[in-house]
Design a protein around this ligand. Structure first.
Ligand SMILES: Cc1ncc(COP(=O)(O)O)c(C=O)c1O
Length: 339
């Protein structure tokens, strides 16, 4: 992105990420994600060919709702038929015939499992296709998939913390080098776990604002001297079922210049004309810096993703597809990918 069209905060984050990456490069910590092209045992068969598509609800949409439940405390009582209202498979895609057919076809042609974690042997072109599709859906330029939505939040927070560590003058970030993360009090447990991790590593100071209370958030932001501010919120809160006040958050972003991260787990495929989530509803995709999501809810499967906007896309060309682990790779997906 041309520096002139960037806000001061955007330019600062870009500069930080570039510095963090060049430090990794210098220390030879950069790892490249190979792209694997699987060989088809039966060359004519393409699991993505002739896929069924669908326009609206079908009979499968309700079938899974009826379940039989056994009370583990009272096995003698037998099973009771119940309607399941507690699932997250909002569109029932998990049992849609087209999805089942595509999944079984893919397993028949390619077999099961990734053979190793992606850190070891990379992603197939189908993983890449999924990432590109999710980036398009959320109107971001790039996306990285993770094993779960939980892992997406902890991985992103870990990568964010590593930006503070890698750009610090000394081994640990000094007070002014730490990132200030403002988190809604009712954010998902995976965000809370990730926040604890970066706090423990002394890479960030965490400020919890009262649920959806923009006045409180504004006060905390105004009173915080840190330059590197991040606001992190669920877009639709899982326990309360209410939305974050997105337009007010966008106004605060303009005022305070923070990095805006949303956990869009519950609105992907559910909200927006194209299923692009909450940002699509308001047409504010360009105001969301990082969009975290899961594939275990409306997508009806399992997995998570981190989609990110142009300013994190600071290394093109030579760095394409680079993963950025820190020195603490053993702690899991502490990565940030720059395309
Ligand atoms: C807001 C939110 N974020 C993240 C997650 C974690 O997603 P996953 O179940 O894919 O790990 C959930 C799941 O309940 C959630 O509700």
């Amino acid at each position: 992105m041309a520096a002139a069209s960037m806000s001061v905060a955007e330019a600062m984050w870009e500069e930080l990420v570039v510095r963090a990456v060049s430090k990794l490069d210098k220390n030879d910590y950069m790892r490249y994600f190979p792209k694997i092209c699987l060989t088809k045992p039966t060359p004519n068969e393409d699991p993505l060919a002739d896929l069924d598509t669908f326009d609206g609800p079908g009979p499968w949409d309700r079938t899974l709702l009826e379940v039989e439940v056994e009370n583990p405390m009272d096995a003698a009582a037998g099973r009771r038929k119940m309607l399941l209202f507690s699932g997250n498979d909002y569109l029932n895609l998990s049992s849609h015939p087209a999805v089942r057919k595509a999944a079984s076809k893919a397993a028949l042609v390619y077999g099961m499992g990734p053979r190793a974690s992606s850190m070891i042997s990379g992603h197939t072109e189908y993983h890449r296709l999924l990432e590109d599709t999710l980036a398009d859906l959320t109107k971001k330029e790039a996306c990285v998939i993770t094993p779960t939505g939980f892992a997406a939040n902890t991985a992103f927070l870990s990568a964010l913390g590593s930006v503070a560590s890698l750009t610090a003058a000394a081994r640990r970030p000094a007070k002014h080098e730490k990132i200030a993360i403002f988190s809604d009090a009712l954010n998902h447990a995976s965000i809370i776990d990730g926040l604890r991790m970066v706090e423990r590593h002394q890479e960030a100071d965490v400020f919890v604002y009262k649920h959806n209370d923009m006045k409180h958030l504004d006060e905390l932001l105004s009173n915080c001297p840190a330059d590197r501010k991040v606001v992190y919120t669920d877009s639709l809160f899982s326990m309360e079922g209410d939305f974050a006040p997105m337009l007010e958050l966008v106004e605060l972003r303009k005022k305070h210049g923070f990095l805006f991260v949303i956990d869009d787990a519950h609105t992907t495929l559910v909200c927006g004309k194209n299923g692009g989530g909450i940002a699509e509803v308001y047409g504010i995709e360009d105001q969301i810096d990082i969009c975290i999501g899961t594939l275990s809810k409306a997508t009806g499967c399992i997995g998570g993703f981190i989609a990110y906007s142009k300013k994190w896309n600071c290394c093109d060309g030579g760095q394409k597809g680079a993963l950025v682990p820190t020195g603490r790779v053993e702690q899991g997906p502490r990565v940030l990918r720059l395309n």
